[in-house]
Design a protein around this ligand. Structure first.
Ligand SMILES: *[C@@H]1O[C@H](CO)[C@@H](O)[C@H](O)[C@H]1NC(C)=O
Ligand SMILES: *[C@@H]1O[C@H](CO)[C@@H](O)[C@H](O)[C@H]1NC(C)=O
Ligand SMILES: *[C@@H]1O[C@H](CO)[C@@H](O)[C@H](O)[C@H]1NC(C)=O
Ligand SMILES: *[C@@H]1O[C@H](CO)[C@@H](O)[C@H](O)[C@H]1NC(C)=O
Length: 705
């Protein structure tokens, strides 16, 4: 089982109840540091590429148009409006006699936070057929952050997810998560427009509703979105059961549902929309919706036609204004493991392959067309590039709105800090590693399959972990071990504390070093137990919780008063987990937080002052259509903190990834002290959405992916 699967279930075993008003009261007092894991994030780095739509495609014609920094995705080719041009440092940059630069608006994740950038790209000489993909560089670029830390005219907070930008004349239209939905397990994703010249920002999505994947009509008058309307997210992790709504881009009014069941809309003209949905035959296909020119706009007045045939999945359509000849789509064809961009000829009803002929063994995502249809853009792995800098840092600092909180994404899972904060233990599947907080002195201390780490507060260099397979049944053997990470002889560094052959995991020592709390499946159900930290279960065992449900992921408060854990006790076996607190003597049991109904909240870890917890939760729902994302087993999970009385809930991460397994450092780690230690390989390896590997009509035949 690889790490992707591990974390998947970590969140499956992942629920909150806090008032929205509490939200802004930060509980992360001066000098806090939190480290967490993002599932699979280290497996890819994206740039946006452009390719001519003329056929056949020429390999040398593929141009990387973003700068090789960080993760760049979901591009848009604007028709440059005067307001956009006015943002350039020098408007003479686009003289008419210039070799018409390419204008690109896109999302970029710089310093761990998403921004929307506008790049003006001057094309390099790419006539030589012998040039390799990686050598195709743009000659120069002008880069203007439209919405980012550097440009706060919009007045929106820095730490939020931004997505799917498009331009309507003077207005940038995009998705942002900067406003709390106020409801547990409800997406914060809403569509906004920002006037480029003034930064004036207006919310276009009604309160209490989440909108995804906005697209502006050619006239700019209308915006279409995928939305649940009032219904809300019910926990889907694959195709969303969204509907398509349109509203006036100007102010969000005249909002009407035009299509039941559909996502990722795009416009050819102001009355023709394309979108994707799963067809009755099981294939995800592109559809056309024709809105009535006159008369009342309702779902009944809209004509819907299937566009792409069964036999392959075709999704995330892209159009250009008034081009009724072809659209661009991403496809998954049976027998082909990669997602590719193709054109679909609307007259001949046939596909025209593009990227598979250029880079067959790479995923190509979310195509978009230039206004004149001559160029298709998409994002893809950066590839092995000459001197391109990899953004993959071992400890990546994330910009937050608070200067006294430092937040890091670690390239590993289950991090935990030594008592003095001078070392971090973490898990790679397989293996347990120790590293200094600055990213140096990384060593493997245990080579077996293990998960969760916790440092002994009194025995120097002692780390506890669970050795064995993750997400196994109650009866599977998983044992609590301690590792002396400083032992000269690795063969004698491990002590086994449980030996009963049942599933024992998530050990956490008491602050006096006498006890270890852990979960065990020995009764047939996963409940919490305490055992002697020195002698293990042989030294005596005390049962802390009992019931036919799962209590798991226990941690002990530094002041010794509380044990926090995740439990599905309110709905055993439902996959819904909530956070509970109990005193080590078994009294005082109470629920701390619940993420709506059916929600998942997991991995609670105490702050050094024992007054708060950091944890992972689906409290903020999902932030993008999962099909438009690189592969995440579950496209939700953000890092939150809350006070022990349930107040002060605060969201720390905003992205469309799965974030989990946080740790709260005993002392502040200044981002400036962390080495920018980049991973050595810039390999890009991730699987496409597992649910796209299925071929619905080939009954009984397995399509290998
Ligand atoms: C990231 O942050 C560092 C330190 O604040 C800064 O020097 C650097 O330019 C930032 N990188 C990007 C891509 O914004
Ligand atoms: C867009 O709106 C403007 C102003 O209301 C109107 O004049 C124009 O005809 C509209 N364009 C389309 C294509 O509907
Ligand atoms: C259990 O522990 C809590 C917290 O330390 C304490 O307040 C309480 O008095 C204890 N109860 C018993 C019955 O020992
Ligand atoms: C990183 O890669 C370079 C070139 O392949 C190699 O020379 C170097 O030893 C590697 N460094 C580490 C720390 O693996």
């Amino acid at each position: 089982m690889d790490i992707a699967q591990i974390l998947l279930f970590a969140s499956l075993l992942l629920p909150l109840r806090a008032s929205a008003g509490d939200y802004e009261n930060s509980n992360a007092g001066g000098g806090d540091t939190i480290v967490f894991t993002t599932l699979g994030r280290s497996r890819y780095e994206f740039d946006i590429f452009a390719l001519s739509t003329s056929h056949p495609p020429s390999i040398s014609g593929e141009l990387r148009i973003t700068d090789g920094e960080s993760v760049n995705f979901n591009g848009y080719f604007p028709s440059p409006s005067p307001a956009l041009i006015s943002l350039l440092p020098d408007e003479s940059l686009i003289q008419p006699e210039d070799s018409s630069p390419l204008h690109l608006i896109y999302v970029t994740e710089r310093n761990g936070t998403s921004s929307i950038y506008y790049d003006l790209i001057y094309r390099g000489d790419s006539d030589s057929k012998s040039k390799r993909r990686s050598m195709l560089e743009t000659t120069s670029r002008v880069q203007v952050p439209l919405l980012s830390n550097a440009n706060r005219r919009s007045g929106t907070t820095v730490n939020s997810f931004k997505d799917k930008p498009s331009l309507s004349g003077e207005f940038l239209v995009y998705v942002s998560t900067h406003e709390n939905s106020g409801e547990p397990r409800t997406s914060w994703t809403a569509v906004y427009s920002t006037e480029l010249r003034t930064g004036l920002t207006r919310r276009l999505t009604p309160r209490g509703v989440a909108d995804f994947s906005p697209a502006v009509s050619p006239s700019g008058n209308w915006t279409a979105v995928a939305s649940y309307g009032e219904r809300g997210w019910t926990g889907e992790v694959a195709e969303l059961s969204t509907d398509i709504y349109v509203f006036l881009t100007r102010d969000g009014t005249h909002r009407v549902k035009v299509v039941e069941h559909g996502g990722w809309p795009c416009w050819v003209d102001d009355s023709t929309l394309y979108f994707h949905r799963r067809s009755d035959d099981g294939w995800i296909s592109v559809y056309r919706a024709i809105l009535p020119e006159n008369g009342r706009l309702t779902t009944k007045s809209v004509t819907i036609q299937r566009v792409t045939p069964p036999g392959l999945h075709a999704f995330t359509p892209a159009t250009s204004p008034n081009n009724h000849d072809f659209i661009a789509v991403a496809t998954r064809r049976p027998g082909i493991d990669y997602r590719h961009v193709e054109l679909f000829d609307l007259k001949r009803n046939e596909f025209i392959e593009l990227t598979r002929l250029v880079a067959p063994k790479s995923h190509h995502l979310n195509p978009f067309l230039s206004p004149d249809s001559s160029t298709v853009g998409y994002h893809s792995c950066r590839g092995e590039a000459n001197g391109r800098r990899s953004p993959l840092l071992f400890l990546e600092n994330m910009q937050t709105t608070k200067t006294d909180l430092s937040l890091f994404r670690i390239d590993g899972s289950f991090p935990s800090f030594s008592p003095s904060g001078d070392r971090i233990a973490y898990v790679k599947m397989p293996g347990v590693y120790v590293v200094k907080p600055d990213g140096s002195d990384q060593r493997e201390v245990y080579s077996g399959m293990a998960f969760s780490t916790a440092w002994d507060p009194v025995r120097p260099g002692t780390v506890y972990t669970s050795s064995g397979p993750t997400f196994a049944t109650e009866r599977t053997e998983v044992d609590i071990i301690s590792i002396d990470v400083d032992a000269a002889d690795k063969s004698s560094s491990v002590r086994r504390l449980t030996t009963n052959g049942k599933n024992n995991a998530f050990p956490w020592p008491s602050p006096d070093g006498k006890w270890i709390v852990f979960r065990s499946g020995r009764s047939g159900h996963k409940n919490l137990y305490l055992m002697d930290a020195e002698k293990g279960e042989a030294g005596g065992l005390r049962r802390l919780t009992e019931g036919e449900w799962s209590d798991t992921m226990s941690s002990w408060s530094p002041d010794g008063e509380w044990i926090a854990f995740a439990s599905d006790r309110e709905r055993p076996g439902s996959g819904s987990f909530e956070l509970f607190l109990i005193h080590p003597n078994g009294t005082g049991l109470r629920k701390l937080i619940q993420s709506g109904s059916g929600g998942r909240t997991n991995h609670p870890i105490f702050s050094p002052d024992s007054k708060s917890l950091v944890f992972t939760s689906d409290y903020a729902g999902i932030s993008a259509e999962p099909i438009s994302n690189p592969h995440h087993f579950q496209p939700y999970g953000d890092i939150f903190t809350v006070k022990l009385d349930g107040s002060g809930l605060r969201r720390l991460t905003h992205n469309s990834y799965e974030d989990g397994t946080p740790a709260w450092a005993p002392r502040f780690i200044d981002p400036r002290d962390v080495l920018l230690r980049r991973k050595n390989d810039s390999s890009c390896a991730f699987d496409d959405c597992h649910w796209l590997n299925k071929s619905p009509t080939l009954k009984g035949q397995k399509i290998s992916c």
